[in-house]
Design a protein around this ligand. Structure first.
Ligand code: CMC
Length: 434
């Protein structure tokens, strides 16, 4: 990747009377950054930013977010246009290659992905090692890492052809692994992929068909599944993506780096929020109980948070939440469940929270996970699978970001520093003298 950020000015940093100048760099859009790479060398100090609130970790050309305005662009294209007019595999091509494909390029890409959907049969033995009630995310994390053992050549990350092959394999095999994790957890036989179906339809079939019945997924569910995947496809330098970049920065096997991303996604502050949001909506149960939960969310002594609300970057409505809300309504109408009590609670909760002083002043708006749980539930997935579906959609983002990092000529191993506040130097005392 060619670095194209431009110098926009100079920041002067006064460190105990010593003034050092650091370049201010600017990209296509978004805030400028102070490039502090030489700060330690020139002033002998580090910067401290736990949680990376003010820190850009890389230069990237893949995704742009304006959190204040609620804008999300992939390679320049707005997320709502992609969700309405494109399809998941086309978005994958866009994220990986930087441009929308021509018809021929798309046909070739889709064909290549479907050629890699099967898993080595020995992979099935990994599943058999798990307890029946294992969380599907545990199976997904370890099985993605296990894939590395089957593709040792992919370790050659500096070979562009190996990188391309690994990218396609990951995008193609992720649905097969995710569906197996689900089938295993409910004690049903694994369903092999079918390459004549679309990405989303094939995934639904691998999850929901059984040998005893003919399975046909409804077009509305297929479209909703595809849209869910598009909405999760990439999201700039979030926790899991940064984890993938950090793990990959050591030159690790790409499948292992992606597995690290899956692990990072698992938590309730990140990919696990959709599961937590639906649990919360169900726990609330009826709109009359909403004030009780709003009160708890505002109470500093109560760890409860309104799940599906708030975002590190968006201080406005998450643009993905808008599309997701629309998808939920379409699903509910088609499935004739528009009176679904969870949806009623969600809509009322959203209304109340958007008018509440606490949420307004802290700019806490619904995020994508507020509605995605309801959509996944309507498609037929149990809550334990929600984060798995998120990982499935996000795989292409992780892969695109990992490749971009490897292709960046300025890339070095990620190695944050610290401010040490432990014991000062002292001499070892033999155990008999302590
Ligand atoms: N309910 C109640 N209060 C909240 C919430 C919430 N959902 N989110 C933030 N706050 C308060 C928080 O207590 C803090 O208050 P104060 O300034 O008085 O201490 C203030 O708002 C700022 O919150 P923060 O924790 O400093 O913000 P953050 O950027 O570190 O956290 C977050 C972002 C997403 C982890 C957080 O908003 C949260 O826990 N939300 C619920 C979980 C959730 O929905 N996560 C999904 C994120 S979207 C999916 C993805 O992209 O991964």
């Amino acid at each position: 990747m060619e670095n194209t950020a431009e110098k926009k000015g100079v920041a002067k940093i006064d460190v105990d009377g010593k003034v050092v100048e650091m370049p201010i760099m600017g990209g296509t859009d978004g805030p400028n950054v102070v490039d502090v790479k030489r700060l330690y060398a020139e002033a002998g100090v580090f910067t401290l930013d736990p949680g990376f609130t003010s820190t850009a970790s890389c230069e990237s050309k893949i995704t742009f977010i304006d959190g204040e305005e609620g804008i999300l662009l992939h390679r320049g294209y707005p997320i709502d246009q992609l969700a309405q007019e494109s399809g998941y595999l086309e978005v994958c091509y866009l994220l990986l290659n930087g441009e929308l494909p021509t018809q021929t390029e798309f046909t070739d890409f889709a064909r290549t992905i479907t050629l890699h959907t099967m898993l080595h049969t020995q992979m099935d033995r990994f599943f058999e090692g798990f307890r029946r009630d294992s969380h599907p995310m545990a199976m997904l994390t370890s099985n993605v890492a296990a894939l590395a053992a089957f593709y040792p050549d992919a370790m050659d990350i500096n070979d562009p052809e190996e990188r391309r092959l690994s990218s396609h394999r990951l995008i193609a095999k992720m649905p097969t692994i995710a569906a197996r994790a689900y089938k295993y957890s409910i004690g049903q036989p694994f369903v092999e992929p079918r390459n004549d179906l679309s990405y989303a339809e094939n995934f639904l079939r691998m999850c929901f068909s059984v040998p005893a019945e003919r399975y046909v997924a409804s077009p509305v569910k297929i479209r909703a599944m595809d849209r869910l995947l598009i909405l999760q496809a990439d999201h700039e330098q979030n926790a899991s993506t940064s984890t993938v970049r950090l793990a990959g920065s050591s030159g690790a096997h790409p499948f292992a780096a992606i597995s690290a991303g899956v692990a990072s996604l698992w938590g309730p502050s990140h990919g696990g929020a959709n599961e937590a949001a639906l649990r919360m909506l169900r726990e609330i149960g009826t709109p009359d109980r909403i004030p009780e939960f709003i009160k708890r969310a505002k109470d500093k002594d109560d760890p409860f948070r309104l799940m599906g609300f708030g975002h590190r970057v968006y201080k406005n409505y998450d643009p993905r939440a808008k599309v997701m809300q629309q998808t939920v309504h379409e699903l509910m109408e088609e499935l004739d469940i528009s009176q679904n009590p969870t949806l009623q609670v969600a809509m009322e909760l959203e209304k109340i929270a958007l008018e509440d002083e606490y949420f307004v002043s802290k700019k806490l708006y619904p995020n994508v996970d507020f509605y995605s749980g309801i959509a996944m539930d309507a498609i037929g997935f149990p809550m334990e699978m929600f984060t798995v579906l998120f990982a499935l959609g996000r795989t292409v983002g992780w892969v695109a970001q990992l490749n971009e990092m490897i292709e960046d000529p300025t890339q070095r191993i990620g190695r944050p520093r610290q401010i040490y506040t432990g014991a000062a130097r002292r001499d070892y005392v033999p155990i008999s003298s302590r």
